[in-house]
Design a protein around this ligand. Structure first.
Ligand code: GLC
Length: 423
């Protein structure tokens, strides 16, 4: 079916090219391992040509879940000197080396989508049944360790956990992270991509200080939240988790697991209520909160629009659709509001468009009845691919392709967007 569309053919070729058998690398060179949320979203693309392979992608990720329930953000399946910080810096002591922090919990959503759209029902049921308790354990870990006071929302303790690594959202809170005493290092990212589009040296020092600090605590994930000078409550990150909780609850119900269903339903309900504290009337979107100060962070990034992925009130979804329209960018959705003087059209996560984020926003807007806004995002995403190919991210003002090329999750999202337009 997908082979009929020339874009679908290229997308499938890219996914196969980056496939390492049981996991897929985001792109050759820049990212040579398995990344957590990349894999879950990649599976949604793989299902269009090989359903069984799609399940394997997520199963491989969960085979490296920590005993505490955390699912790490990178699995270092094979050695590769081209990436920094590699396994020796993280030094987490896992049988197959992994990083020691996590990433957006999109797995529960991905499972539900694979399950709902599967043509092989018996296989889908068997594979979801095996994954269900693992995803549930990850959700439980999140609320136990990243919401120790039971506020309903979880904090990230490192910008890399957000998936929006270099967002303007982190700048002010990040100032609180020291840089003294970190081991000397050589970056690799700037050898694969234009340094102008990557984080600065001062930011990189702080990323590493946090890693070394957590390492000095023996990667005891029960201790890291309180020990971190960086604790940010990101509405996008939380919306992904809350959507995953709701989706997992539906799956659990369908498969006769009422206790898991009730637990995840409760996480979702409590989180959605708490999310309202992050709404900004002025910006017409949600904002991040700094847990160490209790203040909202004045930064209108796409994280606050991505909240539409969860079941937020309809009036909020409508306001988010209007805020995206008001951006007035040639391509949707910029990762930061273009009117903000800090907007940077080319530096990663400080302005550029990412197809994975577009996909989740569009999906949420459809569910909220904002179909025209969702269709505009879908069209804009496919227009970008037609003009600029399958890049990691794009300049929203010119469409220029940026970062890595022949990028896995971009290809996966193209297959999904093509299916959305056909539906
Ligand atoms: C970058 C992105 C992150 C992604 C990774 C692999 O670090 O910021 O979200 O998971 O690349 O694609």
């Amino acid at each position: 079916m997908t082979a009929q569309d020339p874009l679908a053919k290229i997308a499938e070729d890219i996914l196969r090219e980056n496939d390492r058998g049981s996991y897929t690398v985001p792109t050759k060179g820049l990212y040579p391992f398995q990344w957590n949320w990349d894999s879950c979203l990649t599976a949604l693309g793989q299902r269009h040509y090989d359903e069984a392979r799609a399940w394997t992608e997520i199963e491989t990720l969960f085979a490296h879940q920590w005993p505490c329930g955390m699912v790490p953000h990178i699995i270092f399946h094979l050695n590769d000197d081209g990436y920094f910080p590699g396994p020796e810096v993280w030094s987490t002591g896992r049988p197959v080396p992994t990083s020691g922090i996590t990433q957006p919990a999109v797995a529960g959503f991905a499972l539900r989508r694979l399950f709902d759209r599967a043509s092989n029902r018996a296989e889908a049921e068997a594979r979801v049944r095996a994954l269900l308790p693992k995803v549930a354990a990850w959700h439980r870990w999140f609320f136990a360790t990243r919401d120790p006071k039971g506020e309903g929302l979880v904090a990230i303790i490192h910008p890399w956990e957000s998936g929006r690594d270099n967002s303007i959202d982190w700048d002010v809170s990040f100032e609180r992270v020291p840089t003294e005493g970190i081991a000397p290092y050589t970056r690799r990212d700037t050898q694969h991509a234009n340094p102008e589009h990557r984080p600065t040296k001062a930011q990189y020092d702080r990323y590493l200080w946090l890693v070394e600090h957590f390492r000095s605590l023996g990667w005891d994930t029960a201790k890291l939240h309180d020990a971190s000078p960086f604790q940010v409550v990101d509405p996008g990150f939380n919306a992904i988790l809350l959507r995953a909780c709701a989706d997992l609850a539906d799956l659990a119900e369908a498969l006769g697991e009422p206790a898991l269903a009730a637990e995840n339903r409760a996480f979702a309900a409590r989180g959605l209520a708490a999310l309202e504290r992050l709404w900004s009337v002025e910006h017409g979107q949600y904002l991040c909160g700094d847990r160490t100060t209790g203040a909202l962070i004045d930064s209108a990034s796409v994280g606050g629009l991505l909240a539409a992925f969860a079941a937020i009130p309809p009036a909020r979804a409508q306001a988010i659709a209007a805020s995206i329209e008001a951006h007035g960018a040639r391509f949707r959705v910029p990762s930061h509001a273009p009117a903000d003087p800090r907007f940077d059209a080319k530096r990663y996560w400080r302005g550029p468009v990412w197809l994975v984020v577009n996909y989740m926003i569009a999906d949420g807007l459809v569910r909220a009845g904002q179909t025209a806004a969702a269709a505009a995002i879908t069209r804009s995403s496919l227009d970008l691919i037609h003009e600029s190919g399958f890049a990691e991210y794009y300049d929203p003002t010119t469409g220029e392709p940026l970062g890595g090329g022949r990028f896995t999750w971009t290809a996966a999202m193209v297959l999904e967007f093509l299916a959305m337009e056909r539906a």
